[in-house]
Design a protein around this ligand. Sequence first.
Ligand SMILES: Cc1ncc(COP(=O)(O)O)c(C=O)c1O
Length: 349
Amino acid sequence: MSVPRYKWQPTTRDIARDLGIPESTVVRFDHNTSPYPPEWAAAPAAAAARRLNEYPGANYLPLREAAARYVGVEPTNVAPGAGVDEIILLAARAFLGPSRRSVTSAPTYPLYRIAAAQVGADHLEIPAAGPSFAQPVDALVDAAADADVVWLCVPNNPTGERIDIAAVEEIVNATAGVTVLDAAYAEIAGDRWADLVAGHDDVLVCHTLSKGFGLAGARVGFGVGSEALVDALDAVRPPGSIAEVSSVLAIDALDHPERMTANVHRLVTERTRLAGSLADLGFAVLPSAANFLLCHIGPTAGSIADALFARGLVVRRFPSGGPLAEHLRFTVRSPREDDRLLAALREVL
Ligand SMILES: Cc1ncc(COP(=O)(O)O)c(C=O)c1O
């Protein structure tokens, strides 16, 4: 049986080897991760490493409690996972299957489509129109009426658009089944969704430690929803997919949100600067509430991406022939790394 696969970008190691350059000179403008290594993580990781001979607690209770404190819900409202990616796959297993149907807009995060296909569900993507690629809220509301799952990405990847709370409520109220609200970039957008979850039993809000918290390598995320939704995810979870070290780091990060806030502050400041500089180069930069910028480049987008790649600067490109073929997406990184990108772009253009 052939099912669609999530296609990972080449690893930094492979890129460095192919280009014949040191790994440390490759910069990932395609992963939407934080450019700042979490210096604080070394001590708690070392302490947790001393317990690695034992299995972690199978119910992840300390992690559920930390996530609940952070969001402002009860631990019974939290379903942890190895990143939001695992929560998406668990949600597909719990709420979809053959003869069920999920709905989302396009472009959006590709794993929703893949997760639905992996469990044999129908999947409808409602296209958003350029040049803004704003999520088609009215069409989503119409399609939600017979959807078992609506996947809603807020802010949306790859556009950076953040639909407002009124539009989210409208979609949630129209959805026959469960709305899975992927809030991977919530910290960067400054969004809090506890009230939405409190008011609706059929919304699962997915958070990650990978973006604003800057812990992508730890692979921790969690879904927040009613006890019934959390129980449905727990019923299909694999045993022990979150490593103890990762759990310990996530708890430490969630209990010190001021570190995340400081990280987000510098990323948002840098986003404004980078957006201005990209616009000065003549690109149409879409407004973004996340840590990346989608730009309309024109027919040369692919060759510009190639030229950047040859310099060790990896940007996100999109399939030729598709609606975003003339676009590139740039992760906001540190001022120094972004300056390298801008200098390379000036050279290439
Ligand atoms: C919208 C969206 N959801 C989920 C993820 C994956 O998050 P995690 O690292 O928590 O699995 C990403 C990563 O880029 C993303 O953009």
